[in-house]
Design a protein around this ligand. Structure first.
Ligand code: DGP
Length: 110
């Protein structure tokens, strides 16, 4: 069964895509928690951060997160979040990196 994010990347489910390369795709979150809220999603459907992410892919996702943050004009800063598993609040079982910005974000998270 393809994951929800594979179905988005295949175009079966529409999305507002802001970036893509051979390794990952970035699209806007359907339920944004900040003025800018995008998801950096590897094309390979790794379930979570706890499931075999390698250093090269992890690094690429972070480099792309910063690239898109600059593209989105987040010059005052931004936050990168990876929710992992049930306690981490992960709801889609396809690894993804949240990039949030456009307002001052609170800390700690709930
Ligand atoms: P997480 O809770 O960390 O697994 O984040 C999953 C995110 O995915 C959540 O912020 C909402 C987003 N999301 C869920 N369904 C869709 C969808 O169909 N389209 C888009 N663009 N985002 C979605």
């Amino acid at each position: 069964m393809p994951t929800l994010f594979e179905r988005i990347m295949d175009g079966e489910i529409p999305s507002d895509q802001v970036y893509e390369d051979e390794i990952c795709v970035v699209f806007r979150d359907v339920a944004p928690q900040a003025p800018t809220h995008v998801l950096v999603v590897p094309r390979t459907p790794i379930q979570s951060l706890a499931d075999g992410l390698n250093a090269a892919l992890a690094g690429h996702l972070l480099v792309v997160a910063n690239k898109v943050a600059q593209q989105e004009g987040l010059s005052d800063g931004y936050r990168v979040v990876i929710n992992c598993g049930a306690d981490g609040g992960q709801s889609v079982d396809h690894l993804h990196v949240h990039v949030l910005g456009g307002r001052a974000l609170g800390w700690p998270p709930g």
